[in-house]
Design a protein around this ligand. Sequence first.
Ligand SMILES: [Zn+2]
Length: 306
Amino acid sequence: MTALGVTPPPATGLSLCVLASGSSGNCSVLVSRPDETGPRRVVLLDAGLSPRRTQRLLAERGIRPDEVDDILFTHLDTDHCHSGWTSAFRPGGWRARLRIHRRHLGRAERAGLLFRHTEVFEDTLDLGTGLDARAMLMSHDDLGVAVFRLRADTPAGDAHLGFATDLGHTTDELIASLRGVDALAIESNYCPIMQHESDRPAFLKQRITGGAGHLSNTESAQAARRIGPRECLILLHLSRQCNTPVRALREHAGCGCEVHVTNQHRPTPWFTIRGGAPRCAVPAPPRCPRTLFDLVSEPPTRTVAP
Ligand SMILES: [Zn+2]
């Protein structure tokens, strides 16, 4: 942290900070800079916080609104796309391109998110300056949710980040598309026991646990073990009512890398994704939309290494 209380990202490489994660708002910032002499790319993964709060949190990390190049949406539920973004783009302020999956276009239009700088993606995205992504659509509500495998040039070589939230369930194709990433951010939404014993109505429990809502700690841990992140595992979207950081961490114990839990109210530190490991070719993501529901929950906190 600098004398002014600003915590900027590392000078080079690929870095991620989860500004907030949970049913009250999801937003992460990804910064990529292949070398010290070149430009950096700044990408928001979801924008579930108000523009004003996002601006404040970015300022605390040394990033101005006009430096954000892209806002990449997993889906457009209100906890991932705050309504304030429809009126945020004015001269002199935010200028980021909105990147919206083709399946979400109709919803984006109804939400007032189709600007001249809105771009549609399906399977792949070129984010510029040595940063790109492959997307895979998973079931969540009727329209699905996009899961990303991002790749960046770094001084050490390629760095890969998997970003998967609001999954509901996993598939072999999803595991294959994320296998061997350097860092994996994946939801670990609820403890099945707490969910079962909660006073939530039966229909809500069914929506969350029925394969179209969220992953339990157990499902998340099984997926993470199969994916095998090389450097670190970041747990997203913990339910405030039906999970605790301790329960989530316990389920992910022994995963073979550092584990961190994100929080609704406190941003994480910068995670530096070093990369550079030799790897096999990444299989192309299959297209597999489905039908679904969504759900709710909220997360707690803490950053822990096992
Ligand atoms: Zn969500």
